[in-house]
Design a protein. Structure first.
Length: 441
């Protein structure tokens, strides 16, 4: 039996606490999280929190009032602290000054104290770092305004384990702008093959089913992904262990044959992917598919290009965009089409082409990426819809309405379900693009 079908809303939640990143403080309203147009309206007491209007300033007073007092009495500016520490302080202030520490709905309740913190593991693995962070916070506050070291560790751990990156889910602001804690969604465990995803609309977080969710306790049957499912299993599991202290054993993690293709050479004889161990760089003697000898020169070229792109930001001869555009040509005869570094590089160059109005090249690169995104992410995911949209734009710019319509119609099928037709992204952002390139019939 199915409890939720694809596109159904599984739950909605309001933020328990959050922090807007420093570089977005004057761009994103502290209360409504909409983009600030025109002059900021700042808090007249601490002068460090910004709103889009006097109405939002007034509406946000209750949420901000207790921390505002702490900001004003601080020994030094708290806004020079890392955002993570500012969020620790917010959470500690809220836990001490508010009686509203839980969220109810969908047949269950979730309290701040229920959130996992992995405090003991964090203390063992990162004691020196945690101590330094605590000392930073302690140096900025009076002794009566600071949590104990034990409280600090627990709050810090809860942020690492339970936080969400805040997004607008709009074309105009694709970059995450902050970090937030949501109580109800914190029950959702991870799967590299999730059946749900998270969508933001203002401050509200909505969990939407991407596949059918079977009947049962929500915490046991609904799953979201904490990591990039296209990454290889070892990378994903290292992230899972380092941050959340678990090891996933989903079907993707058990699929060794698919995983082997994620780092692979193109075999000249059979044309199939030939796995490469990028940890040991031990060269296989023969292709695992046709048993033909591995070309030593090709293997060395793979290793060189792999290292060059992994160190991309440190390249002194060209910027990263130039490096990627040069590299995709070099990779074409060396890397298999399923190699994830090759796919990511192709996608980066595709995106650069779209931004610089090079639509012909954008089509060339994007159409090579699309089947691999569908393979690794799934055919009906937001990542695939975004690529379909950019391909539709490229064909539209080439005055090829037939192909623009083909791709944009496919994107439309996905976006109608996730984030849904009522989301501003769909009817204000996507449909504007769609109507630009596709004529009414």
């Amino acid at each position: 039996m199915v409890m939720f079908s694809r596109g159904d809303i599984v739950m909605k939640s309001k933020p328990f606490s959050f922090i807007i990143l420093q570089k977005f403080r004057k761009e994103i309203c502290q209360f409504c999280w909409e983009k600030i147009s025109g002059e900021c309206v700042e808090c007249g007491d601490c002068y460090r929190v910004y709103y889009c209007s006097k109405e939002c300033l007034g509406a946000g007073t209750t949420e901000h009032s207790q921390e505002c007092k702490v900001y004003q009495s601080a020994v030094s500016s708290l806004f020079s602290l890392p955002e993570q520490l500012q969020l620790v302080l917010r959470l500690w202030i809220k836990s001490k000054s508010s009686d509203d520490l839980s969220e109810e709905g969908y047949g269950f309740s979730r309290d701040w104290k229920d959130l996992m913190d992995h405090a003991s593991e964090l203390a063992t693995d990162s004691q020196e770092f945690i101590t330094k962070q605590y000392d930073l916070l302690k140096g900025s506050l009076h002794s009566d305004s600071i949590p104990s070291e034990e409280e600090f560790l627990s709050i810090y751990g809860k942020i690492l384990t339970n936080s969400f990156s805040l997004r607008s889910d709009r074309f105009s602001r694709p970059e995450p702008f902050g970090t937030g804690i949501y109580l109800l969604p914190s029950i959702l465990d991870h799967s590299c093959v999730p059946n749900c995803t998270v969508v933001f609309r203002g401050r509200e977080l909505t969990v939407i089913a991407t596949e059918d969710v079977p009947e049962g306790p929500l915490a046991e049957v609904a799953r979201i992904s904490y990591v990039n499912s296209m990454d290889d299993t070892k990378t994903r599991q290292l992230q899972q262990k380092a941050i959340w202290y678990f090891r996933c054993d989903c079907t993707l993690c058990e699929d060794t044959s698919l995983d082997e293709m994620k780092h692979s050479l193109h075999c000249d004889d059979c044309g199939q992917p030939c796995p490469v161990n990028v940890q040991t760089w031990r060269k296989a003697e023969k292709c695992s598919n046709c048993n033909s000898p591995i070309n030593a020169e090709k293997f060395s070229r793979y290793q060189y290009l792999y290292g060059l792109l992994e160190r991309g930001a440190d390249n002194e001869e060209m910027n990263y965009e130039e490096l990627c555009e040069w590299a995709v040509g070099e990779m074409e005869e060396v890397f298999s089409e399923r190699d994830i570094l090759y796919i990511k590089t192709l996608h980066y160059v595709h995106t650069a082409c779209v931004k610089s109005n090079r639509s012909t090249a954008g089509i060339c690169y994007g159409e090579r990426v699309l089947p691999m995104f569908e393979l690794y992410y799934g055919e009906t995911t937001g990542v695939v819809a975004a690529l379909l949209t950019s391909l539709g734009i490229c064909y539209g710019e080439e005055d090829n309405e037939e192909m623009a319509s083909l791709y944009l119609d496919k994107a439309d099928e996905i976006y109608r379900m996730i984030p849904g037709e009522k989301h501003p992204f769909y009817h204000e952002d996507f449909k504007k693009i769609y109507n630009t390139y596709v004529s009414e019939t």
